[in-house]
Design a protein around this ligand. Structure first.
Ligand SMILES: [Zn+2]
Ligand SMILES: [Zn+2]
Length: 231
């Protein structure tokens, strides 16, 4: 049976500050007492960097052609980021509805273009993907890794894991950086400022369903014509 999709139109309107503050207070109140924001940041970072180190250790004199895996996976991951953001984070899709509910009605309601900053480290919870996300991605793509290992070469499989895990870590770090308060030196770097602008436009409720779906580098947005050019 076809599932009826909830209408996302009510979320596509900038809400009065009082309503946004209420949603924020409720979301912060739901954070469990044992929540550790630095642990939430450290876990995917350590898993990702650990898998990158292990993959590099497995490399055995990769050829120039095998090294092409790195740019190829970076481009594919960028288009995948666009697709997942547009079709899973902005539309409830079984069985990943949780990601929609945490993103469109919550992350986008709390942070809007002119109010992008987290107010306390506890709010990492409102920005980062669930802590086990990187493990789920590694395990979910294991058939691809094994296919590359046995059908192409162990070097290509190792480069695939290193690049895809590096991409996930970069996504988490960059998205967190865009939502840092401007007093933070990382938030004031040129690179973060430029990339944050692209994401901040996406944080305009009226634009979020159609524009600026890349969170890292806006390559797929450029190729697919979804960079917002209006004012
Ligand atoms: Zn965001
Ligand atoms: Zn979004």
């Amino acid at each position: 049976m076809a599932r009826s999709r909830p209408d996302t139109a009510p979320y596509e309107v900038t809400q009065p500050r009082s309503r946004r503050e209420r949603v924020r207070a409720e979301a912060v109140a739901r954070i469990p007492w044992w929540y550790n924001p630095w642990g939430h940041l450290a876990f995917p970072s350590c898993v990702g960097l650990g898998l990158i180190a292990a993959s590099i250790a497995l490399l055995d004199r990769p050829t120039a052609v095998e090294l092409l895996t790195v740019p190829l996976v970076l481009v594919l991951a960028n288009f995948n980021e666009w697709r997942i953001h547009k079709h899973i984070l902005h539309r409830p899709s079984w069985p990943l509805e949780l990601l929609f509910w945490r993103h469109t009605p919550e992350h986008h309601m709390i942070f809007v273009r002119d109010d992008m900053a987290m107010r306390e480290t506890k709010e990492f919870r409102l920005v980062l993907i669930p802590f086990y996300g990187i493990l789920a991605i590694f395990l979910g793509t294991l058939p691809v890794t094994l296919g590359l290992w046995f059908l192409v070469s162990p070097n290509v499989a190792a480069l695939y894991v290193a690049t895809s895990m590096g991409y996930v870590v970069a996504y988490e770090w960059l998205h967190l950086a865009y939502h840092l308060p401007m007093a933070n030196p990382i938030a004031r770097t040129r690179l973060v400022g430029w990339l944050r602008h692209h994401h901040a436009v996406h944080h305009t409720p009226e634009l979020m369903q159609r524009w600026n779906f890349n969170v890292t580098v806006p390559l797929a947005d450029l190729a697919l014509g979804t960079i917002y050019r209006g004012r």
